[in-house]
Write a protein that binds this ligand. Sequence first.
Ligand SMILES: CC(C)(COP(=O)(O)OP(=O)(O)OC[C@H]1O[C@@H](n2cnc3c(N)ncnc32)[C@H](O)[C@@H]1OP(=O)(O)O)[C@@H](O)C(=O)NCCC(=O)NCCS
Length: 180
Amino acid sequence: MLEDYPKKITLQDGAVLSLRPMSKDDQYPLYRFFVSLPEADRKYLRNDVTDRKLLEKWVRNLNYDKVLPILVETDDRIVANATLNRQTFGWGRHVGEVRITIDADFQRRGLGSLLLDEITNLAAKAQLKKLVARIVTTRPEVIKAFEKAGFSQLTVLKNYVKDVYQQSYADIAILVKDLA
Ligand SMILES: CC(C)(COP(=O)(O)OP(=O)(O)OC[C@H]1O[C@@H](n2cnc3c(N)ncnc32)[C@H](O)[C@@H]1OP(=O)(O)O)[C@@H](O)C(=O)NCCC(=O)NCCS
């Protein structure tokens, strides 16, 4: 499934980027990527991605069967992270969850669409039947990016999550894509 990596991709504007799964050496480059994100892009991610202990744990416990993180790099830095999260037992075994974060300089250049296709292909190869994404409703442009990639909004969970500062509640849209 991962034999195609590392691989090059070319954006519509000609920028060439490299894709590969995260490795144990990525803790500090990944930290640099996450702290460089605008607060609005970090505030309602599932975890506080600027927590060094959390990143250390991610790297230490790398298990592609549970969480497959695909990193996108330019020559000198990480510019995006897309993960396919899986439950390896129980009634959700056929479902994968997708999460994507992209450096502000690389948004609106088609990279999000490309990564959603990439994760869709990886999920299909892993015999998954559905992909789910959970997105705060205050980011309609993010929801739009997922809908453009074939996700449909099923429902909204009201006041379901708190921001990383544990200060305010937000509604979460549940988006699902059925895989062939
Ligand atoms: C959401 C995200 C992944 C989209 O990636 P992207 O590379 O910017 O998206 P693309 O350039 O491929 O655009 C895909 C579509 O999304 C929509 N879209 C994306 N950003 C938009 C914006 N700022 N305003 C309006 N529409 C937008 C458009 O419909 C766009 O298609 P179009 O360019 O043909 O109009 C990226 O913006 C991001 O990382 N956001 C911050 C982190 C986040 O919230 N992640 C989601 C958690 S799962």
